[in-house]
Design a protein around this ligand. Structure first.
Ligand SMILES: NC(=O)c1ccc[n+]([C@@H]2O[C@H](COP(=O)([O-])OP(=O)(O)OC[C@H]3O[C@@H](n4cnc5c(N)ncnc54)[C@H](OP(=O)(O)O)[C@@H]3O)[C@@H](O)[C@H]2O)c1
Length: 287
């Protein structure tokens, strides 16, 4: 069976719209997200447009600062300083990837951790690692957990979760969240030996690899819950292109208990969780 990320994200956005209205009427606060886009990467432009549209649809304010590709690191840092100090801005997101002459780690470190709605600042990763409440948690991993719970219910205790991938954006934070949910967690990566056998142990299998249709049906335990984070564009026999995940969906869907499709699974949850983080940041600014 498919886990419907589009519907789950729509329901979450509806809940968040109520929270935004309450924040406005109870505290006179309208959560505001500011997105900085450096350069003209077409995929980034589409992501930013979607983020801004969905933010506004639930009653929040959002704006975009568009900077040319040759913007210097110091200039970008000046923009961040200004946004960090603006009390009316609750969430700041610098769209990645940045042009090569800018050091992403310097930029992420310069965002006020209380406004870091991507959850990439070391302060927020540290809070997540320590299991502290109040951390702004990276959006895609949050979405993965919500989708796993959509199928398995709220208690994931004791499940064996295998995460393939150890990036700071997806693999590591999703593993930390699964640990917080009392799963037994294995993190696999490119040096993992006997990967198919490791994956066969998984009650919950999260694939965040970036290789099209990498996870095969015989790697998947009967009845497992499969969360496919991958977004890969491949060519079809008709000479067109299509998006596929990191899991060989057509062959896995009949074997697993449930799977997130690509597109329509984890993807839609990412922006919904960004809105959620901005509301959390706005709430924390008044508490
Ligand atoms: N749905 C969404 O909203 C969303 C958001 C973010 C990312 N994504 C997608 O998720 C995928 C992963 O993204 P990412 O940013 O985490 O990618 P990444 O930074 O490239 O990390 C990929 C991970 O996969 C591991 N890996 C690579 N080849 C492997 C192999 N043969 N066997 C086992 N592990 C292997 C790497 O291991 P090493 O560490 O050993 O190199 C690395 O940890 C991509 O397709 C990306 O487009 C989707």
């Amino acid at each position: 069976m498919n886990i419907d990320g589009k519907l789950t994200a729509k329901n979450l956005r509806a809940e968040l719209a109520v929270e935004v209205a309450e924040l406005k009427s109870n505290y006179g606060i309208q959560p505001k997200l500011t997105v900085i886009l450096v350069g003209e990467d077409p995929a980034s432009q589409v992501y930013v447009r979607n983020k801004i549209k969905q933010t506004q649809e639930i009653g929040m304010i959002s704006d975009e600062i568009k900077l040319p590709a040759d913007t210097g690191q110091e200039e970008l840092l000046k923009y961040l300083e200004h946004l960090n100090n603006d009390r009316n801005i609750h969430g700041i997101l610098v769209q990645l990837p940045l042009p090569k002459h800018i050091d992403e780690s310097v930029i992420i470190a310069a965002i006020n951790p209380n406004k870091d709605v991507d959850g990439f600042h070391a302060m927020n990763s540290g809070r997540l690692f320590n299991g502290e409440t109040g951390a702004l948690v990276p959006c895609t991993p949050q979405g993965c957990i919500m989708l796993a719970k959509q199928h398995l219910g709220s208690d994931l205790s004791g499940k064996h979760a295998v995460v393939i991938g150890r990036s700071n954006i997806v693999g590591k934070p999703v593993a930390m969240l699964l640990l917080q949910e009392n799963c037994t967690v294995t993190i696999a990566h490119s040096r993992t030996k006997n990967l198919p056998e490791v994956c066969q142990q998984a009650d919950i299998l999260v694939a965040a690899v970036g290789i099209a249709e990498f996870v095969k049906a015989d790697w998947v335990k009967e009845g497992a819950t499969v969360i496919d984070v991958g977004i890969n564009r491949i060519s079809t026999e008709e000479g067109k292109t299509k998006l596929v995940g990191d899991v060989d969906f057509d062959n896995v869907v009949g074997k697993c208990g449930a799977i997130t499709p690509v597109p329509g699974g984890v993807g839609p949850m990412t922006i919904a969780c960004l809105l959620k983080n901005t509301i959390t940041a706005a709430k924390q600014s008044v508490c």
